[in-house]
Design a protein around this ligand. Sequence first.
Ligand code: E4P
Length: 218
Amino acid sequence: MQFFLDTADLDEIRALTASGLVDGVTTNPSLIAKSGRDIFETIAAICDLTDGPVSAEVTAQDAPGMIKEGHRLADIARNVCIKVPLTWEGLIATKALSDEGHQVNVTLCFSTNQALLAAKAGATFVSPFIGRLDDTGVNGMELIGEIRAVYDNYEDLDTQILAASIRGVNHVRESALLGADVATIPAKVLKALVHHPLTDKGLTAFMTDWESTGQSIL
Ligand code: E4P
């Protein structure tokens, strides 16, 4: 399973890519707004920090506009993945951009039929938004399972499922159990994945016992 970082914060990306555990980055217009920085500078800087796909989202609402913006974004660096919304116009743009050989992440996916359309349009990734579905009282994780089952029914559908809108460690665990190809994870959640109280307790006991030996490995 690949882990993308879901942020446009360069300090967070710098700190976490150094771990070697980050396979790419996703941004969206809200994350760019939160960063307070220029989109072109920000995406270029992120692409310098990772070789993996960096999703940069178009803002036009019509297919020709999305395609034009997609070209501008793709010109930033070779690892830009053009992010397109799951609308009819977005699907037309996805087909055109993927036919040209660009990576495309189709975002704002909330149903299995939408994911089927994204795959047929040639999306590299489809992003089902788990947390936002949970917010409405629908179990977002069920969508991941359904999309996995549908994609696995057809050999020609090779779009990767990118679990998005992840709010906590259980979303990551359940996405992995259900076979999502990628999870895009906020920095705080990624760091929280390592924690277990028994690890901390066990390490404290090992260190106390080790000190009592008076030995040193180096
Ligand atoms: C990533 O591609 C999405 O834009 C992001 O995960 C949305 O997350 P949110 O629902 O927490 O804003």
